[in-house]
Ligand binder design. Structure first.
Ligand code: CMP
Length: 144
């Protein structure tokens, strides 16, 4: 059951110099990076990514935050990749997230929580397709 997962390092993660730390954790875990780039998200892209939160009190702040600077987006692959990455990232609120998780180690806030990953396998294609075309996924073998 090899899966794809969409991961995004948010502007606070980029601005705090955590790109390498986060990518390194993903690599050390053994997940394969299939696509990777840094971009500045448009308001439209942010609203699409977070469509399910439209109408919530934090929606406007969330869109402003994720468009406030560059993000690093990637598609990673591995067994149960969604579950594995969500566990590595930790709970939404950095103050609640387990030590050892990315948010548990680097975040204290719910709104500024460094990293995003799709929360269910059914939604990966939808979120990834906001940022990547199919031909941007690179096929190669990992050394084990
Ligand atoms: P993320 O995993 O990217 O998915 C939705 C995001 O909304 C979440 O991380 C937080 O950044 C943000 N968010 C969720 N709940 C709240 C909240 N109560 N207040 C502010 N931001 C929130």
């Amino acid at each position: 059951s090899v899966e794809l997962e969409f991961v995004m390092i948010k502007p606070d993660g980029v601005k705090r110099g955590l790109i390498g730390e986060i990518i390194s954790r993903i690599e050390r875990k053994g997940l394969k990076i299939k696509a990777l780039k840094m971009i500045k998200m448009s308001k439209e892209m942010a609203e699409e990514l977070y469509a399910e939160h439209k109408g919530k009190p934090f929606f406007n702040d969330l869109v402003e935050y994720v468009t406030s600077g560059p993000v690093v987006v990637m598609i990673v692959e591995g067994p149960k990749a969604v579950q594995v990455v969500r566990k590595m990232i930790g709970a939404t609120d950095g103050a609640e997230a387990e030590p050892g998780s990315i948010r548990g180690d680097f975040a204290l806030s719910k709104a500024r929580n460094i990293v995003h990953a799709t929360d269910s396998p059914e939604k990966v294609e939808k979120e990834a397709s906001i940022f990547f075309k199919l031909d941007e996924l690179v096929d190669y073998d990992y050394l084990h």
